[in-house]
Design a binder for this molecule. Sequence first.
Ligand code: C5P
Length: 243
Amino acid sequence: MNKEEIKKKLVLALDVEDINEAKNLVDIMSPYIGTFKVGLQLFCGYGLEIINYIKEKNSNFFLDVKLHDIPNTVQKAAFNVVKNGAVFFNVHSTGSIEMMRAAKKGALEASEKYNLKKPLILAVTILTSISEEVLNNELENKLKLKDFVIKLAKNAKLAGLDGVVASGKEIRVIKEACGEEFIVLAPGIRPKWSVKDDQKRIVTPYEAIKDGADFIVLGRAITKAEDKIDAIEKIYKEIQGEI
Ligand code: C5P
């Protein structure tokens, strides 16, 4: 895989408190990273400021806002997300097939109206912070977590969404259930040399891409590294099988 192909697959999670730190990450990582992920923390703190900064640098952004509301509200929110130029955004699949279809409708309305690229819409199945124990006992859903994840991924496909956000460990089962073209964006990625932090079910960048991940999310492996350039260059080498 060449460097351009690797760059397209890499998403960097801008999970930082400070807008200047986020901007600095965008500056130094733009040559290596295809898409910057703006999550709720940064978005609620700085709104469009960070998005506009990423756009000025000609980079893509993924608005990780996990929409979950009544279909009409989600449709209108999706319209605005796309109007602001996101190349990816996501919704909770548990909001229903009707809600996911509404998200797509709103997204397409905006891309047509403003002549923008159609965004990729991904579904969150079950948050990794929800255990099988919580699913079965607190939420009284008696399915096995893995079966529920597959069911929700199938619902997302039925609604016409492009793919899901899923752990690197689930790439194969999701592709088997929903098809190879169904996009999997995998967080919880840790290079061989980095610490796990609070992530439990991690895979390396090399393994995730070998298993078919379309995109991988890098977070603290880069943002907390003392030498961020050295860290990203090592990740490139690891994906290329050089280390
Ligand atoms: O620092 P780290 O690599 O753990 O960051 C992973 C990123 O992916 C964070 O932004 C986290 O919110 C996100 N994420 C995740 N697990 C999911 C969905 C998203 O870790 N299932």
